[in-house]
Design a protein around this ligand. Sequence first.
Ligand code: KMH
Ligand code: ZN
Length: 271
Amino acid sequence: MEKLIITCALTGAEVTKEQNPAVPYTAEEMAQSAYEAYIAGASILHIHVREDDGTPTQNKERFKVILDAIRQKCPDAILQVTTGGAVGMSDEERLAPVKLRPEMATLDAGTINFGDEVFVNSFPSLINFAKKMKEFNIKPEIEVFDRGMIENAKRLVKMGLLDTPLHFDFVLGVPSGMPADIDSLTYMVRSIPEGSTWTVAGIGRHQLPMAIFAILLGGHVRVGLEDNIYYNKGELAKSNAQLVERVVRIAKELGRDVATPNEARRILNIK
Ligand code: KMH
Ligand code: ZN
């Protein structure tokens, strides 16, 4: 099995300091949280940005400040910007950070109910997002919340807009999405094109069991406060690093070494 790539989703767009004071907002908090997660073993940092008051934003300048602050502390980490942003943002807004040419960006592969709202990703939008990532030479991580989204990714490959091998993130356990259970996970793994790589982000209490399944199945793992603010039932996570550290410990116990950022680049075919 390849070494394990751990992605840390530092802050997201939905969780707040009111829910968990460790959720980072400011550039300083983001850089510190990123650094701790990177030292703990995260090779990819999945980045949303907030204003200092916590408001999610896709503002390019704000992204630049935060990416620069993170790069200073984590010089070789793979920085993956979100193009999902927050529900309700326009495609143009969501695409703003790709102009900074990060190594990776997310490509959300379809529309889904998201809480009481709808996270809209029409097929024409996917074409637009994929074209932009190709133009800026960015490795997409295809965010898949439901099985049909894999078909969208395959269509984009046929259209020449996505290069293989693809890299998927199965986001399991979003209400209205694919549930976070072993049947769903193995079904998703069987459904992606041969040679693809994958990681899994279990939402909330599903984060840990999904991570363990992924370690055993040869996939990769995403943890972090964006997806889960708890360490255990009723016990808030102290930091992003605490969530990464637990995955590293379990991976070691299960005989899976953790990839460095350069090893992750090779595994993901990032040039
Ligand atoms: N905040 C969600 C609406 C991504 O980063 O690409 C979308 C999201 C996915 O978080
Ligand atoms: Zn995200």
